[in-house]
Design a protein around this ligand. Structure first.
Ligand code: SF4
Length: 397
């Protein structure tokens, strides 16, 4: 059995919806008190019902959203107290809160630190006023700097910054200035995401009616290479396709746990949970890993809880083939890659076949890592991650 558990708490509130975002959140803040009571109830229910999982040391807690920094300090304390009361925290857990500039002040940041939060992920997205306006962000460039300075004053050393690139009219110069502004603040972690046009968002509607033209493949490649070259030249480790850290100790433990397919419980509307080993029911018969998810609807989620039930709206048991595919998809995103030996088809033989077919430039051959017994993608491979994974998965079937 795995040794640790992670908790994800989805805080589904935003001041305003950003037109590119497909995460579940609502702007009706009158539901916040009911949500806080609900999420505490869900934590208690999971602790009662998750059996062996609920007794594992929790090594990461992640408040994501939405905009968790819209909760008050008292509400954050209520949730954290419930976690601590019903789960066993590992020594030195990583506790992260996503924070949006324009929603916090110094007193709030100091309060978070006082509560034991030790990592902030700051949703800056950009320092460029035109990009911020295009993305309909609620904050200004100055508020990003203020948030970073306030977090440092509050004693947060473990600070991450999220940035978005690849807007329709963005130039490499604009992106370079964004990167340089971020580097000037020297955050220990940077997440740089390519803008994607997600179905169901206002940006997707604009794309469908031909009033928004996303970056083409060549420009996406150029932005990706620019990002990796600039950040690596400043000492950041490109440890996942979109993530960079100033040293291994600053890599996100929580997100790395996802990519390693560790077990986690998700609380809040739309949150997912994952059990990599299913200990089985009363018969004790094991089945494949299980993934479950909550409804992406705050009232449906609250109704389940009011009835005293865990608010899951669906689950799937992964087949061995799905499990292998998932290991490849998640593993190849990271610098760690995938093991040369996995249950099922011979990974090494598959890689050799892909190399024979001319795809060798996309991954490091095993001889680069004698004894490491792992494969990982080169930068060229990361650029076309989806196609490589698809080719690999086809060969595994
Ligand atoms: S990007 Fe963040 S702030 Fe904007 S709608 Fe999505 S969750 Fe809310």
């Amino acid at each position: 059995m795995p040794e640790h558990l992670s908790l994800y708490i989805h805080v589904p509130f935003c001041k305003r919806k950003c037109p590119y975002c497909d995460f579940f959140s609502v702007t009706d803040l009158s539901v916040v008190p009911a949500y806080v009571d609900g999420v505490c109830k869900e934590i208690r229910l999971w602790a009662d019902l998750a059996g062996v999982w609920s007794r594992m040391p929790v090594h990461t807690v992640y408040f994501g959203g939405g905009t968790p920094s819209l909760l008050s300090l008292d509400q954050m304390r209520q949730i954290l107290d419930t976690v601590q009361h019903h789960f066993c925290l590992a020594a030195g857990p990583e506790i992260t809160v996503e924070v949006n500039p324009g929603t916090v002040d110094d007193a709030f940041l100091a309060g978070l630190r006082h509560l034991g939060i030790n990592r902030l992920s700051i949703g800056a997205q950009s320092f460029d006023p035109q990009k911020l306006s295009y993305l309909s962000r609620i904050h200004t460039r100055d508020q990003v700097f203020d948030t970073l300075a306030g977090a440092a004053r509050a004693g947060f050393a473990n600070l991450g910054l999220d940035l978005i690139y690849g807007l329709p009219n963005e130039t490499p110069d604009v992106w370079q200035k964004d990167l340089e502004a971020a580097l000037g603040c020297r955050p220990v972690h940077l997440s740089c995401y390519m803008l994607t046009i997600e179905p169901g968002t206002p940006f997707f509607d604009r794309y469908e009616n031909s009033s928004l033209f996303p970056c083409d493949r060549d420009r996406r490649t150029d932005f990706f290479v620019q990002t990796a070259e600039v950040l690596e030249s400043y000492g950041y480790i490109h440890y996942e396709v979109s993530n960079f850290a100033l040293g291994k100790e600053h890599q996100s433990v929580h997100n790395s746990w996802y990519w390693e397919r560790g077990g986690y419980l998700g609380m809040g509307p739309s949150a997912h949970s994952f059990f990599p080993l299913n200990p089985g029911g009363p018969s004790g018969r094991q089945s494949g890993p299980v993934r479950s998810w909550n409804p992406a609807d705050i009232h449906a989620w609250l109704n389940h809880l009011a009835a005293g039930c865990l608010p899951g709206s669906g689950y799937e048991v992964l087949t061995p083939v799905q499990e292998r595919m998932e290991k490849v998809m998640l593993g190849l995103r990271t610098k760690t890659g995938i093991p040369a030996k996995m249950p099922g088809p011979d990974t090494h033989a598959l890689m050799v076949r892909l190399a024979d077919e001319g795809l060798g430039v996309f991954f490091y051959p095993p001889k680069t890592y004698p004894g490491s017994q792992r494969f990982r993608l080169t930068r060229s491979g990361l650029i076309c991650l989806d196609s490589i994974v698809e080719a690999f998965v086809w060969k595994m079937m």
